[in-house]
Design a binder for this molecule. Structure first.
Ligand SMILES: [Fe+2]
Ligand SMILES: [Fe+2]
Length: 351
């Protein structure tokens, strides 16, 4: 396998290799880097008739599923700082830890608020990346069906960027800057040289992760406004993940063994890096406010017997099953996924 991403920030915590971004100057540079050089081959096609029926059906479903983030969402629904919007324990990391440590309810609620604002901020930055990347796909994809679909996904991602941005601005009053690990990974996808790698990275990996995270939030939240926003976004995201699978199925079919192994390794290296961060980027910003030392928190989490089960949940939700179906997690790579807690339990299904 190729060299690990962000190898300069790799550090062992016990048996586990983390990515811990500790260079403040580098973090500032990454966030300030607004212009990214992107090699992009624009592709014309003169085939205007439908070629891939499943893709065209997905495009039709997308047209019917449009909604308006300003007028279809009831923005008068309260989302208050002094009310719980998630269970105190089990849904978010910081309030769970603080409850265990005996902190009072107000402190736990404040920590939940901070952690959630950070999480939604990262999802918002991810939505902007998806919007940019789908614009690229509209140019670069070879078939008209893929161009139609990618074009329609651009407006979906615009709407997600709008709705999460408005939620943070109107209801939470906070926007956290992008986490450095996420910025590095998103820049890699945006700057990837081929539409195949862009599609794999954004449509399968990040869309798949987003579906898993939105599902967890949607199931946990007790707030009607948040539940409604998540439900709307989720409906769109599941179409996007389906687009990724449909496109990638074709790509895999037309690729050599060597190319498939390259894609398999790429998928692992991107998600392994995200997993290796273990929320350290978040903990470094918010942890100290609550007297939590980031390294001790991660050390403690990694030591829990149920850690692989909890940690793998978001990966096992959508990304892992989809990659397996595509043949991009095989017996060759599966042990790596298991070793770092991204796959847990049920044995591999090779199709
Ligand atoms: Fe989105
Ligand atoms: Fe999406």
């Amino acid at each position: 396998m190729a060299a690990k991403i962000l190898s300069q920030y790799r550090r062992q915590i016990g048996e586990f290799e983390t990515v811990d971004f500790v260079d403040e100057a580098h973090i500032s540079t990454l966030r300030a880097q607004l212009d990214v050089g992107v090699p992009l081959d624009l592709h014309w096609t003169w085939e205007y008739g439908s070629e891939v029926e499943e893709l065209r059906n997905l495009y039709e479903r997308g047209k019917k599923g449009q909604w308006n983030a300003e007028t279809d969402v009831d923005w008068d629904t309260p989302f208050e700082r002094d009310e719980w919007f998630m269970p105190r324990v089990g849904a978010l990391l910081l309030p769970s830890l603080l409850t265990e440590a005996g902190a009072d309810e107000a402190t736990c609620r404040e920590a939940a608020w901070d952690e959630f604002a950070h999480l939604i901020s990262q999802l918002l930055h991810g939505e902007q990346a998806a919007m940019q990347l789908c614009g690229q796909l509209t140019n670069a994809c070879p078939t008209m069906d893929a161009k139609f679909y990618a074009g329609s996904q651009v407006i979906d991602e615009v709407r997600h960027t709008e709705v999460l941005g408005k939620f943070l601005q109107r209801k939470m009053g906070t926007l956290y800057p992008i986490d450095p690990t996420l910025k590095v990974l998103l820049d890699m996808l945006l700057a990837a040289p081929t539409w195949k790698i862009k599609t794999l990275g954004m449509q399968c990996l990040f869309e798949g992760m987003a579906v898993g995270i939105f599902d967890q939030i949607g199931r946990a939240t007790t707030n009607p406004l948040l539940r409604d926003i998540i439900r709307r976004v989720q409906l769109d995201e599941s179409r996007h993940a389906a687009f990724g699978i449909l496109s990638m199925r074709q790509v895999v079919k037309e690729s050599s063994r060597e190319e498939i192994e390259e894609m398999e390794d790429f998928a692992y290296s991107i998600l392994e890096t995200l997993n290796a961060n273990q929320q350290l980027d978040m903990l470094r910003i918010i942890g100290p406010k609550y007297g939590l030392d980031p390294e001790s928190v991660v050390h403690m989490m990694l030591g829990m017997p149920e850690w692989p089960m909890i940690n793998s949940e978001v990966f096992m939700h959508t990304v892992v099953p989809n990659l397996r179906r595509l043949g991009l997690i095989t017996e060759r790579t599966e042990p790596h996924w298991r070793r770092v807690g991204m796959i847990y339990g049920e044995p591999v299904v090779v199709q």
